[in-house]
Design a protein around this ligand. Structure first.
Ligand code: ADP
Ligand code: MG
Length: 244
């Protein structure tokens, strides 16, 4: 793991073989007392592509934030790539997150004043990679998502689908092991949404473990595994493993 002292490098960290994310009795109670996630058990293995589904307010984003080490559990255990999220220092948690996890959100969160290229290059900050090499890698990532002709465009000069593909390029330019997507197609028309889903499938086919929150029933049903949440409680879909 170049540039990240103290972070186990590559595959074969401390985790049991194949488990990249493990929740054991994990709970999240927000200040004010609302329990958004209750006693959750969930294991995600290397190479999985998992849909997380459930109504608004059911705890999907809370779950994703725990899986992505953006938040810590208030009870139970969350382990990401062999690291105990409850006890790891902020600094090491940030390092694990920056090196191994890519995030995609419904609202893209691109910097409005940066070109597509510079937005994507920010995904390599803190990786110990020089400026010009960052830009090369960013151009490669944008080309892979079909935006090699949009390098110098600002977000407002891109369509919604192009913005989300830029955000995906930023999420994966550092070659993370895990990509977590929170309603990545929620702000897109169905054609651009389908392109985004195809990108996620391609990434998964190349070995990236992916969890995607979606309200899109058709998308969820097309994925190999679905995890349902209702009122903060996780339930494995009955159809898990039986889809194509
Ligand atoms: P979903 O993504 O499924 O819509 P969330 O995980 O965002 O659900 O929210 C689950 C519940 O937790 C909701 O009732 C929400 O209002 C509450 N919640 C989410 N984030 C916070 C927070 N930072 N502080 C307090 N309550 C929160
Ligand atoms: Mg949400």
């Amino acid at each position: 793991a170049p540039g990240f002292p103290g972070v186990p490098g590559g595959h074969g960290g401390l985790e049991p073989p194949g488990e990249v994310i493990t929740l054991q009795g994990a709970g999240k109670t927000y200040p004010g007392g609302l329990t958004a996630l209750d006693n959750a058990d969930l294991t995600i293995r290397e190479g999985e592509l998992v849909a997380i589904v459930g109504p608004s307010g059911s705890g999907k984003s809370t779950l994703l934030n725990l899986m992505g080490t953006l938040d810590r559990p208030s009870s139970g255990r969350v382990e990401v790539l062999g690291h105990d999220v409850a006890t790891l220092s902020d600094r090491r948690l940030s390092a694990v997150r920056a090196r191994w996890i890519g995030f995609v959100f419904q609202q893209f969160f691109l910097s409005p004043h940066l070109s597509a290229l510079d937005n994507v290059a920010t995904g390599l900050l803190y990786h110990g990679i020089g400026h010009s090499r960052r830009r090369e890698r960013a151009a490669e990532a944008l080309t892979r998502v079909g935006l090699g002709h949009r390098l110098d465009h600002k977000p407002h000069e891109l369509s919604g689908g192009e913005r989300q593909r830029t955000a995906i390029a930023r999420a994966v330019v550092s070659r993370p092991r895990i990509v977590l997507a929170d309603e990545p197609t929620g702000a897109l028309d169905s054609t651009s949404g389908a392109a985004v889903v195809q990108l996620l499938r391609d990434l998964n086919a190349q070995g990236t473990t992916i969890a995607v929150i979606t309200h899109d029933r058709q998308l969820a049903d097309s994925l190999p595994r679905r995890v349902r949440i209702l009122d903060g409680r996780i339930q494995e879909d009955d159809m898990a493993g039986t889809a194509a």
